[in-house]
Structures are given as C-alpha cells and as structure tokens.
Design a protein around this ligand. Structure first.
Ligand code: ADP
Length: 298
C-alpha cells in the first residue's frame, strides 16, 4: 500500500476510535464493481475493510459512509460500521474505511431471517417525506434525492424522468422509448399513487451482490444507495437479478404484507434499475426497458 494512503488511513482510524492505529499489513480482495478493496490488519490484530479508488465519483465514499451510518442507526440489519473517509486534499487516493465483516455460511433459514429483517427495517423507519439529506450514486450514475412530500412526483422527477433524460442525452433511447416514457410518466398517479404507503428508509440498491452472511450466518447489508421511499421500490431491486428465494418474500410478507396490486407497481419500480443498467452498460438492457414501457405507457 502506498505510504501516503497508509498514513491517511491510520489517521482516519485513530480519529474514529480515539486510539493510535498502525497498519501491519493488508491483502487485496480484488475489485468490487467499482473500487479496489483491501482487508487491512492493525498492529493490535484488528481487521478493517478499505475501499479506495484513484478517481472516484465526487463524494462517493462520503455518501457511502452516510448511507451505512443511516442503516446502522436503525439497528435492525447489520451493516459494516463506517469509520471514516479520507484522501484527495493531500493528494492521497480517496478511500473509505469500515468494519471488516468476517463472512460465514448463510446457514438454515438465512433467507427467511433476512426477509423478516428487511420488512422490519422498512417498518421501523416510516415517515412522510421522500428523498434524503444528500444526493448519492446508484452504481456510478448520480441519484438525485431532493425532498418531496409526494411520492409520485418524486418517482416521476428523480427516478424515471432522470433516467429517461439520461438515456436520451446518451443517445440510448429513440422516439418510441421517449414517447412511451412520456406517456407512462403522465399515468404515474394512476399506476403508483395508491396505496398511500409511507416513506421508509430504503437500502436503494439491494441486489444479490450487496449482502453478505457474517460469521454467525446473519445478513449484512453493504454498498447502499439509501433514500426514503416506498418499500416496494426496494423489493423490486431484489427481484431483478436473483439472490433472493421465495422464503425471503414470504417472511417479508408475514411481517408486513404487500398491498393488493403490488405486482404491477413492482414492475414499474424495476424499470428504474433497468434504465440505470441501460445507461451504465448499454443497449443490452433496451428490450427489458421497452417491455415495461410498452405495458404501462402504451
Ligand atoms: P464496490 O463499491 O466496488 O462495488 P463492494 O462494496 O461491493 O465494492 O465490495 C466488494 C466486495 O468486497 C463485496 O462483494 C464483498 O464481498 C466484499 N466486502 C464489501 N464490504 C465488506 C466488508 N465491510 N467486510 C468484508 N467484506 C466486504
């Protein structure tokens, strides 16, 4: 590890823990989707998890730390506690350092426990304004979180509208897609207005790669893109790329059943993430987007 990065990380750890910190060693875990990850060991044997990136998106690690802290504050599902962020000003590569999670086997009933906890997280954080204190990132796409009293407006402007605009600017949409998108946005009141569910704290990007099982086999959430929104938006993401089985959803519904008509709304919430994938990874996701757009905007 580069000497200036090492010193900056030690300083952040010392500030966070109130004790001097000396890094004894580190081993790389290879990259995640975006950043390079290292497990560092301190002289006293403590292990911590470090993510760094020589050219991160602006504020990316600060936003991640704030998101992890927001979830940690609820105390329902374990998250790695963020110790702090650093870099940049002194020429050091930007980084985030957090608790290292010793992983284990997911064990029996993992999905069931996870589903129950996920519903409890949503249930415990109900409020009435949609958004968050700061904008953040969904993958490497900006995610605007300006506060809104009305969910449909929030979803129209900050989620669907934002991604559709981005697709247009990147030359990834065409006339058909634009028209279907416009029509669907006009119909959003009727499509997702009811039931008037509360604004819950959402993980925001919970796909199969964004949870771990700790050494006790308990679920741990990582890499959030938090905001306050309707819970079905969080569940929609879990349904897109696998990693969650039927016991997860059964357990979720035992704690807090979904309201009638959720099937269509979930499709609409999936569209946000599919459009984001279109914007990030290109036209392979066009067909998936158009299927939903035709269904609800046609
Ligand atoms: P990226 O932001 O680059 O997508 P992730 O946050 O997804 O990186 O982390 C990359 C990988 O490192 C994860 O898939 C996970 O296996 C592991 N990981 C992430 N956070 C921790 C942690 N706090 N402790 C242990 N392993 C972690």
């Amino acid at each position: 590890m580069d000497e200036s990065l090492r010193r900056a990380v030690e300083r952040v750890i010392a500030d966070a823990t109130g004790e001097p910190a000396k890094i004894r060693g580190g081993h790389g875990m290879g990259g995640g989707c975006i950043n390079s990850a290292t497990v560092i060991t301190l002289e006293d044997g403590r292990r911590l998890f470090l993510k760094s990136n020589p050219s991160p998106l602006p504020g990316m690690f600060e936003r991640e730390a704030e998101g992890l802290q927001a979830l940690a504050d609820v105390g329902v599902i374990r998250v790695p506690r963020p110790l702090g962020t650093g870099g940049d000003a002194d020429g050091t590569v930007p980084f985030i350092v957090m608790e290292h999670i010793e992983t284990g086997h997911s064990g029996r009933d993992f999905q069931r426990r996870f589903g129950r906890q996920f519903a409890t997280l949503h249930q415990a954080t109900q409020g009435d304004r949609f958004g968050f204190d700061h904008d953040n990132w969904i993958g490497s796409t900006p995610q605007p979180n300006g506060w809104c009293d009305d969910w449909v407006t929030f979803w129209r402007e900050h989620r669907l509208g934002f991604q559709l605009d981005l697709a247009r600017r990147q030359g990834l949409s065409d006339r058909t897609m634009d028209q279907l998108g416009e029509r669907m946005m006009d119909r959003l009141d009727e499509l997702i207005g009811e039931p008037a569910e509360p604004a819950c704290l959402l993980h925001g990007d919970l796909w199969g790669g964004n949870y771990l099982a700790d050494a006790e086999g308990e679920p741990v959430l990582i890499d959030p893109a938090v905001y306050r929104g309707r819970r079905e938006a969080d569940l929609a993401m879990t349904m897109l790329f696998g990693g969650f089985d039927h016991t997860f959803y059964e357990a979720y519904s035992e704690v807090w059943p979904l309201a009638g008509g959720s099937r269509d709304r979930l499709e609409i919430y999936k569209l946000y993430h599919l459009l984001n994938h279109l914007n990030l990874f290109g036209s392979g996701y066009r067909g998936g987007c158009l299927n939903i757009l035709r269904r609800f905007g046609g």
